[in-house]
Design a protein around this ligand. Sequence first.
Ligand code: E4P
Length: 221
Amino acid sequence: MKIFLDTAKVEEIKRAAEWGVVDGVTTNPSLLARAGRADVEAVVREIASLVDGPISVEVISTTAEGMIEEARRIASWGLNTAVKIPMTEEGLKAVRVLSREGIKTNVTLVFSVSQGLLAAKAGATFVSPFIGRLDDVSHEGMTLVRDLAGIFSRYGFSTEIIAASIRHPLHVVEAARAGAHIATVPFGVLAQMVKHPLTDVGIQRFLEDWNRLTTEALSAA
Ligand code: E4P
């Protein structure tokens, strides 16, 4: 399973990219607001210098015409972008046109199997089921990922599933088990995934034992 970073903060992307685990990046208007960056093209250029994989950039328009225009502009930057299109009737119209033009799309705000299925049929490159937001309203988000993975595999859709709205490390593990192609992970969750208390205790114990050994060897000499 690939791991994307779900952030528009370049510093976070730089740090995680050094760990060799980042296959792409997803942004959205809220993440750009959190990063305090309205200069979207400049942000995407900075990210592209750090990460090879696709960078998702969301449209603001709500009409198919507007979305298509925005998507073509984003694609004209000549970077490895995927245009995030909201899961609406207008969005599906836009995805149909864009997929025929070879512009990558990421259909976002997917909350049901029927939405994911339609997005794949319209030609989406990626679909993003929002796990955490479903869990928030007492629907098991991971069931959606599992169902979509089964259906896409059964009918040979090339659309990749991005498990989005990830809240904790277990979501990432469960997304992998459920057959997501990708999990897009906030930096804080990725940092939590690195850690285990037994690793820290283990390192401390090895260093203490080594120090004891070398101190004894010195005093015996
Ligand atoms: C990524 O593509 C989504 O926009 C993001 O994961 C949404 O996360 P949230 O539900 O925490 O805002």
